[in-house]
Ligand binder design. Structure first.
Ligand code: NAD
Length: 501
């Protein structure tokens, strides 16, 4: 991997060289204030040092973005902008292995997962939005005027201006580009603040932007944390017109407060406590396989993962047995081991949180069907932040374990008896991101699928995404929709022109 920058420890002969990640501002890599460390969660070892952006760097990034909007980037014809987005996708693919290694080092996730999901989707996001902006239509109305004449109204889409992107650590490149690509496709200039846990692929993307000749300042990266750091500086910055954020609901509330000062537009993809429902008429093998993937993919660190699974009583035991077998077949370990399909949690701190819920569930009366602790691993993985895939039964629907987002490889299985009852239970949540219903009854599939109070309701599947469809949550899971034209609706401002004829 060739990350741009010098080694912050290069002056010490006793400390091994580590890549250092700089801020990317106005097309140049710039150093920051105090450095912070990034650990590989699969081993616990420090693998990179990062230059934290201070207020001067955030100011410079916003100024560079404003200058880009007034300069080459702002004046770039749509066809050339689309060409640029496709070139960025090509650039990611040309350095696929660098992105892959960077993502794996930051997240510890299995090689196969990053290879099939994170990096290809990072590139695909730019291609998809290059296409979406090609076919945009706007409204036109001819209006009768009071004097008996006519007026013609038509809307044009304009960029918002400088867009701040604040992204999480679970699918770092995928979720960041899911915002950067449509924002740039609409002609905005962006300042990205990646998660402090996973800064590497965003930094690499800066190198790609330079390599493809993106006008300076159209894409900027500032590194750091949330409060009292780059995240908060961005959300409070008067030059930033919009914040698009994916992360915890609690953080979303803080950003909302900070962004109120100059009434920034907000797009929020927040937390979830997703429900799955398995009816007795479902294809049980498919439900077990599908939901095992849903609960344990990326070690449960997927916002869409179900942590509550309601199972109709006649198939409860068979479902739990099947899910248990799947959980126990998962192999934890290092990312490059081909036999490994289960990675670590992102950090020691997050592992402590998840293990806290493992204990809480027991305190709340759970029967631990499998897992509930940490695996014993040897070699470098012994220092990693692994936990066991875990299944509980016996928890009350209204226990804290069943109401709060855990964000780990874990689910509570809860029996139900009637459709009416399970719809009520599934919807009884502060969150409303996604659901997954399993049934072979067509009418029920539509009825229950539509009754779910969520933004994304899957039936007989999970995580199946057409990138043109609306994506987002209701209740405390988010504000707004991303995907296809829904992203365009956020990242552009329709302005109406009214001409008296
Ligand atoms: P987080 O909220 O802790 O951090 C996300 C980002 O916000 C990071 O870059 C962080 O530095 C920054 N941040 C933190 N406090 C801030 C502040 N006060 N001001 C500005 N920025 C701040 O989230 P996380 O732990 O990185 O990610 C996990 C969470 O993300 C889970 O709750 C998960 O459900 C959610 N998530 C949601 C979706 C979705 O599409 N709805 C997708 C992925 C993850």
């Amino acid at each position: 991997m060739t990350l741009h920058g010098t080694d912050l420890r290069a002056e010490s002969p006793t400390v091994p060289a580590l890549p250092s990640l700089k801020n990317y501002v106005g097309g140049r890599f710039v150093e920051g204030g105090r450095p912070f460390e990034v650990r590989n969660p699969a081993t616990g070892e420090i693998h990179a040092l990062v230059h934290e952006a201070d207020a001067a760097i955030v100011d410079a990034a916003v100024a560079a973005a404003e200058a880009a909007l007034k300069g080459d980037w702002g004046h770039m014809p749509l066809a050339k902008r689309r060409h640029m987005l496709n070139a960025i996708a090509d650039g990611i693919e040309a350095r696929f292995d660098d992105f892959l290694e960077a993502e794996i080092a930051d997240t510890g996730k299995p090689y196969s997962l990053a290879h099939h999901l994170d990096i290809p989707r990072g590139a695909a996001n730019f291609r998809v939005f290059a296409d979406v902006v090609a076919g945009l239509a706007t409204e036109t109305f001819e209006q009768d005027t009071p004097d008996g004449g006519k007026a013609l109204n038509y809307a044009v889409r304009k960029p918002l201006g400088v867009v701040g992107i604040i992204s999480p650590w679970n699918l770092p490149l995928l979720l960041m580009t899911w915002k950067a690509a449509p924002a740039m496709a609409c002609g905005n200039a962006v300042v990205v603040k990646p998660s402090e846990e996973t800064p590497s692929t965003t930094t690499l993307l800066g190198e790609v932007m330079s390599a493809v000749g993106l006008p300076d300042g159209a894409f900027n990266v500032v590194h750091g944390f949330g409060p009292d750091s780059a995240g908060e500086l961005l959300t409070r910055h008067p030059g930033v017109r919009a914040i698009t954020f994916t992360g915890e609901t609690r953080t979303g509330k803080e950003i909302m407060t900070a962004a109120a000062a100059n009434v920034k537009a907000l797009s929020f993809e927040l937390g979830g406590k997703n429900a799955a429902i398995v009816f007795a008429d479902a294809d049980l093998d498919a439900a077990v396989s599908g939901l095992a993937r849903a609960v344990f993919l990326n070690t449960g660190q997927v916002c869409l993962a179900p942590e509550r699974i309601y199972v109709e009583r006649p198939v409860l035991d068979a479902f739990v047995d099947g899910l248990k077998k799947k959980a126990e077949a998962l192999k934890p370990g290092l990312p490059h081991d081909d036999s490994v399909d289960f990675g670590p949690l992102i950090s020691d701190e997050h592992r402590e949180k998840v293990l806290g819920y493992y204990q809480l569930a027991v305190d709340e009366g759970a029967t631990v069907i499998t897992g509930g602790g940490t695996p014993t691993l040897e070699g470098p993985a012994a220092g990693g932040y692994f936990v066991e895939p875990t299944i509980w039964t016996g928890l009350a629907h209204d226990s804290r374990t069943c109401r709060e987002e855990i964000f780990g490889p874990v689910c509570a299985v809860i029996p139900f008896d009637t459709e009416e009852e399970v719809v009520r239970l599934a919807n009884d949540s502060d969150y409303g991101l996604a659901s997954s219903v399993w049934t072979s009854n067509l009418s029920r599939a539509h009825r229950v699928g539509q009754a779910m109070e969520v933004g994304i309701s899957w039936v007989n599947c999970w995580f199946l995404r057409d990138l043109r469809t609306p994506f987002g949550g209701v209740k405390m899971s988010g504000i707004g929709r991303e995907g296809g034209v829904h992203s365009i609706d956020f990242y552009s401002e329709p302005s109406n022109i009214c001409i008296k004829l």
